[in-house]
Design a binder for this molecule. Sequence first.
Ligand code: NDP
Length: 293
Amino acid sequence: MAAEIIDGKAFAAGLRSRVAAGVAALKEAHGLVPGLAVVLVGEDPASQVYVRNKGRQTLECGMQSFEHRLPADAAETEILDIVARLNADPQVHGILVQLPLPAHVDAGKVINAIDPAKDVDGFHISNAGLLATGQKAMVPCTPLGCLMMLRDRLGSLSGKHAVVIGRSNIVGKPMAALLLRESCTVTIVHSRTVGIEALCRQADILVAAVGRPEMVTADWVKPGATVIDVGINRIDAGEGRTRLVGDVAFASVSAVAGALSPVPGGVGPMTIACLLANTLTACARVHGLPEPE
Ligand code: NDP
């Protein structure tokens, strides 16, 4: 039987409307408007598209959107000054510095200069540490979106064997920490893992965050497993065109898996929706108000 396709686009639309309702309620009851500030350094075309989409969706949710654009040769101190100003600005509840930063800038230094309470990307070392130790943290948006989709499909994840392919700080590691928090048995595999296919075949939940086009094929997947494809890879589609594919070979895996998130239209749309949800959460937390579900 063909896998159920997990519709990230529809799920993200639902999350955005819940966030918009939460924003409206904050305004009504407390006169508060959550604000998200995005800092973009340089002209990277993909980053420009992301930042534009973030700004539009922030406004559509009823939040304030602030954008700070700097040239590619901006000094690190200039970026740190902007972060310091945003940290001090009470209208700003979330700060996102769009990655990648130009090579002359120490990205870790910039990210760790953000007030952890405003770190809606969840990349600050304090938030990474809080998540790793099972405490209340700002959770990175992409793994948070994956977790929401998994919970929606499977309900309790307790006792399930989850295999995460990839160990990056922005996807693989926080994904594994979240699954552990849900009482999954978690295996992380990476480029040095021996016998990766056999390990993946044991998974009830398989999350692929690798960046290798269609690496995961049907023989890596246990029949009925839930497969979340985080990968975004642009490949040659012939005649000078390109197309987006994930880390999972969609056609073959959809014949084996119980459910599968597609690329595009799976995890991608959830990432910005979770950023908005994190901004609403940050606003509620800083004002000591109950956090939205
Ligand atoms: P990184 O390049 O930082 O990490 C990739 C990971 O995959 C590493 O841990 C690496 O292992 C592992 N890996 C690489 N090759 C293999 C292999 N042949 N077998 C097993 N493991 C391998 O990538 P990210 O985590 O940042 O992103 C992963 C993918 O997710 C990318 O396609 C990216 O575009 C996408 N992405 C999508 C987002 C979304 O919104 N949907 C957001 C963020 C990322 P090792 O550590 O040993 O090198």
